[in-house]
Design a protein around this ligand. Structure first.
Ligand code: FES
Length: 350
């Protein structure tokens, strides 16, 4: 069984053959940085200092470039140890700081936010507390152990009720079932908090938040938490959506921007022509709007990006090219569940 050693902490654990290194680390109680677990957000990127790893398919995962792979960077949620390995992680947080719990949750209510987006409010047992940071996510554990990950749109300051924003991705899968048959009172098994996507409060830099579609949810959680604690640092939220219907909290954000001087809200529509009402605001791709606004040097900013893999990929490449240090870029991306991505890869690589 290959042995994995972490630098700089020196901790080590065994990985089963064919098991992603991240899975083995989490099982060993080490909370290595991660988010999507699907190979596209790059949160779990680490440098391979010695030994050999492989990926389940011949293709590199979407979240890593050929150049990065040549520099011996690997994505731990996909990479499997072929030999004993030593890896260097960007960040290492003891599991005790974020106690991950598996709890029953009851749907308290559901509110339609847009044609294909539902807010689901989940109540945990009265005797249980889930301590989390605004921006983290939870998994719903489905039959057969399948999981669906959803960022929490609520913040700790909102109280005990958990809120997630679910976009209907299909008619037959979990999200279709949720829209068509689930009701208040239904039970769900919830596991969390998960992920390392949270606001770095110790940074003095102007924070740029970029949300695509329901990728807005964890940014909303961060914003709500910052508002609740009276944080006054400069913050700009770009929300990219197809039409005005998809900007389901537009009015609230306009109101926040009007009352909090250091906060700016910039909605960007990719398909404004599909709207019933004329759109006088920005149109195009949201990350291009950000680049147009911020100019040639992105070094003075922290960037928090959450949305579909294509958006996150574009940001990861173009923003770093424009001088944004990698350590100032934080990602989240859950458009597809890991098992859906695996099925897509199989189709792509028969
Ligand atoms: S957690 Fe590995 S790429 Fe997202």
């Amino acid at each position: 069984m290959p042995q994995v050693t972490i630098v700089p902490t020196g901790e080590s654990f065994a990985a089963d053959p064919g098991e992603p290194v991240l899975t083995a680390a989490l099982r060993a109680g080490l909370n290595l940085p991660h988010s999507c677990k699907g190979g596209h957000c790059a949160s779990c990127r680490a440098r391979l200092l010695s030994g050999t790893t492989s990926y389940p398919t011949r293709e590199l995962p979407a979240g890593i470039t050929a150049d990065e792979a040549a520099e011996r960077f690997v994505l731990l949620c996909q990479a499997q140890a072929v030999t004993d390995i030593t890896i260097e992680t960007r960040e290492m947080r003891p599991a005790r700081e974020v106690e991950v719990k598996s709890l029953p949750g009851r749907i308290d209510r559901m509110e339609r936010l847009a044609d294909d987006v539902m807010a689901v409010f989940i109540k945990l047992p009265a005797v249980e507390d889930l301590h989390y940071r605004a921006g983290q996510y939870i998994d719903f554990i489905l039959s057969g152990g399948r999981r669906r990950s959803f960022s929490l749109a609520s913040a700790p300051a909102d109280g005990r009720m958990l809120e997630v924003h679910v976009r209907r991705a299909s008619s037959s899968g979990f999200t279709g079932q949720l829209f068509d048959t689930m009701r208040a009172g239904n039970l769900l098994r919830v596991e969390g908090p998960l992920g390392q996507f949270w606001f770095r409060g110790d940074s003095p830099r102007h924070a740029i938040m970029i949300g695509g579609g329901t990728g807005y949810a964890p940014l909303r959680a961060m914003l709500r938490q910052l508002l609740a604690v009276g944080d006054r640092r400069p913050l700009t939220l770009y929300w990219g959506a197809r039409t005005t219907q998809d900007l389901y909290e537009h009015d609230w954000l306009v109101n926040v921007a009007a009352t909090r001087p250091a906060f700016a809200y910039r909605p960007v529509l990719s398909e404004p022509q599909a709207d019933d009402s004329p759109w006088a605001g920005r149109s195009g791709l949201v990350h291009e709007a950000v680049l147009a606004d911020l100019g040639a040097d992105l070094a003075p900013y922290d960037v928090y990006a959450s949305g579909p893999p294509a958006m996150v990929e574009a940001i990861r490449h173009t923003f770093v090219e424009r001088g944004l240090p990698r350590a100032q870029l934080f990602f989240d991306s859950f458009d597809f569940a890991p098992d859906t991505l695996a099925a897509m890869r199989k189709t792509d690589n028969p």
